[in-house]
Design a protein around this ligand. Sequence first.
Ligand code: MFK
Length: 617
Amino acid sequence: MAVRLCCRGNRSALHTLSRSASRSSGASIESVGELDSHSHSLFSRSAIGTFFQERPLLTNPFTQDALLRAYLRRHLPEQEVQRDLLRFGERLVTEIEALGRQCELKPPVLQHYDAWGRRVDRILTCDAWTRLKHISAQEGLVAAGYERTYGEWSRVYQMSKMYLFAPSAGLYTCPLAMTDGAAKVIESLGVPVREAFERLTTRDEKRFWTSGQWMTERRGGSDVSSGTETVARRQQDGRFKLYGFKWFTSATDADMTLTLARITDRSGHSTAGSRGLSLFMAEVWDADGSSNGVEVQRLKDKLGTRQVPTAELLLDGMNAQLLSEEGRGVASIANMLTITRIYNTVCAAAAMRRISHLCREYACKRSAFGKLLKDHALHVQTLSRLEVETRAAFLLTMEVCRLLGREENRSASDRDTLLLRLLTPVAKLYTAKQAVCVVSEGLESFGGQGYIEDTGLPSMLRDAQVLSIWEGTTNVLSLDVLRSIAKSSGSVLQAFFVDVNERLLAADASAALRPAVSSLRTSLSALKRFAQTAASRPAGTLELSARDLAYSLARIYMGALLVDHAAWEDATHTDIYAALRWCDQDLCPVVSGDAVGCYDPQTAAMDTALVYDGLEP
Ligand code: MFK
């Protein structure tokens, strides 16, 4: 009997029982047997128990998403679009979700040598990763952006699909972002690389190519202009060979890549800084399957995005084609940055939507303190706050996609173009931060299960954390917002003010929305006053306000979009409620920060003193 107990894994119970039995009765077999028959009902069942918590079920994310469906009903009501997204939603649940999970569980590995000692540098990805590539092509996840079937709404269609795809896709959105970005660069530069463009934008899975975006070098990923050491040596045929070290390259299993390098003159010299950088395109593999002068040093060991092969690459004579004018590398790759930053925004909104759906589903199943979580008002209040964040993020995301679609359809007004430039970094930086908070709070709503690896929930938080880092950190993007203001001599801000005003005017008729509209107007006026004084402020102080300024732009614009949506004739009470709740917060933190001296010249010194307090020299 004792053996049987041990096998049930109740060793400590057996140990305790045996000891107490031996104390009381001289450890007779019988007495242990007696105890065992007793303990069998008491302990073995309690070790396993009869209660199992139901997991949250993923159902068709399109049918579950009231806001996405309403948004499309309002702006892109084509039946064909609805049907495609409905079908795709089913495919996500029945096929793609499992593939995405497999990519997390079977991360890529690097095979440096073959069995006979030859250096091969093969990045081995799992079957699911390859399958996701094929599905991406079949579903036209990149192609839809270039087919332009729905005119200026084509990007909204494409990105609605991407938004559904992203949380199930095992980060395959990463190569797709760069692929789309590369297609955009090629299209906008009008360079004669037709085959590459056709392959990047095809629906034929056998021809489909993905692209990398190799920018980051060892000296740093943000300061590309002074950090890039890779050189390009001109060959007699007009092509180039690249030599350098790329320190952080995502989805390195790509078919081709765009990258930056400095063209050297005959004596080997190159121009420093941004003006020395040119943009190149290269295929990663030669026709015979061997690498095109690329050595994979190692794969990165990352907090998240483990599905994606991220590598350190030595370029040792990589054959490449010059794409940009010489010295126009940064400006030319900026189009790729715009696209990848928009993907980042889509993925952030999508992560929020997915966790919100899982949380609400779970709340219908999980009981605590005698009732389901959905019947605990405090729990539901927490989830409703996540919902408000998610809705705001979604509307800003779709607005940026709409503007991109208009620009590509050549129907963008000057205001649209200015707004696209301003809102791209604003949306990227703000939604990334939201995603980390929303996913983290969402995990908490699962209690301990949210911390358990094989629920699949922790990977959502790990993968959210990258959103505020890659494609430009929050501060780098805040400075990009300043860059866009300076470069346009403030026109991007003017466009912002006019646009928000118009949206608020359209909502004036709604009494229910009045508190939100009023808060937004007050904040907009305060922001205008701040902007008017910005030019006369001491040098350097504007930079100190950059992050809060970007947050203010995000919160006000998101508020205006929520109000705009809630003022639509088919809007619901929940749309109005979401707009009101959003506008309860400080919509203009840059003005609040200014009021308490956050950007005064002496503040920077005090910040430094605080940060380095106690640090020995
Ligand atoms: C799910 C989503 C998936 C995403 C997957 C991605 C995986 C890949 C991961 C990565 O590769 S992460 C690395 C990404 N790297 C970055 O995002 C770089 C971050 N650093 C910056 O963005 C810097 O601000 C920048 C490198 C652009 C600064 O460079 P410079 O040379 O100091 O900028 P400068 O001199 O101000 O601008 C040079 C030109 O570029 C100017 O044009 P002009 O010469 O015509 O005047 C600028 O206007 C233009 N420019 C810069 N940023 C721009 C831009 N144009 C349009 N949009 C922008 N954002």
